[in-house]
Design a protein around this ligand. Sequence first.
Ligand code: SDX
Length: 430
Amino acid sequence: MTDKMATLTIGDNVYEFPVLSGTVGPDVIDIRSLYAKTGCFTYDPGFTSTAACDSTITYIDGDKGELLYRGYPIDELAEKSHYLEVCYLLLYGELPTEAQMIDFESRVTRHTMINEQMQFFFRGFRRDAHPMAVVCGVVGAMAAFYHDSLDISDPEQREIASVRMIAKMPTIAAMAYKYSIGQPFVYPRNELDYAANFLHMCFSVPAEKYEVNPILSRAMDRIFTLHADHEQNASTSTVRLSGSSDANPFACIAAGVACLWGPAHGGANEAALNMLRQIGSVDRIPEYVARAKDKNDPFRLMGFGHRVYKNYDPRAKVMQETAHEVLGLLGVENNETLKVAQALEKIALEDEYFVERKLYPNVDFYSGIILDAIGFPTSMFTAIFALSRTVGWIAQWKEMIGDPQKKIGRPRQLYQGQGSRPYVGVDGRG
Ligand code: SDX
């Protein structure tokens, strides 16, 4: 409970509401009784000042540019951990012992294949379908195949559905890629680690031997870790809202995939690389910076700005270091796109418009440069983001389902439409 109270005065009436404190971060005003007491709603389009839940999974300090997964700083996890260990941490709250890691890795590995019948579902799409359209459809279709993990009231079934999602997303994303380039699907190879298996399913072909490059595999694994979870962002909030109606886990994750696709959210990595390529050279940067500042021009610097970070996104810092490392190791360090990105970042961070609005590069600004160097087309970037974020969506969904305060999410509105009026026949109109 709390001894701090917030006082609200409406007209002649004074109301008091408890102020709750978390472990770290801003206090919240508990307004659950506001409507009953005052007959008023709060008004917060875009939820800029609204906490929709309490959570113990991820914490962001936007002013410090800090991101913690279960308390561990993202830069330490990116350097010292690996994605499947981060999945365990996000799902169960603690870093695994060696035995727990072996068991978890074995459970995930045993679920990497998808039901053989699902390949025909893929074949219903046009070959030029965007991979996110395919991933969104196939993830939702999992509810048509895995009937033994749909009952959200059964903790066992929730656990199986969680492991299945984490295990199968790389297979589904890789199949969407293969389908888009007219190559045969490649089955997972369980002797490979999570990131290597994904690269193998994307880039190997039956006609020849394929060895996963360890540099690329390590970079891939780090990208997965950097994208794994991020508090109550738009797609995670979509998953929670879907889950609040007791929809099955596959339907909830498909809803998250759909929301992530937007260029204002996870689709920004694809849009950012396309923007850097459109700029093309350092001398054209001023033209685009001017467009980004022009209120009459819808153009924005993709990969820049963030609702929460008003400092450098810590993931972007690790991503930039990784881009340098991977391009250097691949012998393509004089990559023109990276040069444009770095020059654009420097110019923007010295420009009053961006400084005033605290607009910094976010996770999507450099990730595309690495994914491009690894060999992915831009159309696959957001599908890779979705693959990485699946564990975060699942962890948040499980937390919500297990919350004794769980209620169906049902926001209200400020109605600005017509008041009640009688029907008018067609002769009386116009
Ligand atoms: C992700 O929420 C998360 O955690 C998301 C994410 C995750 O891990 O889940 O971090 C992943 O989605 C990262 C963000 C990727 N999106 C982009 O890079 C797209 C470009 N960025 C913007 O669209 C924007 O910055 C948002 C959507 C990210 C944030 O928008 P907000 O918080 O609603 O801020 P806003 O749109 O109200 O902008 C505030 C001001 C405005 O100017 P004024 O009206 O005050 O004059 O900043 C300007 C905006 O015009 N602005 C930009 C800009 N971003 C904001 N101007 C130019 N270029 C930009 N990129």
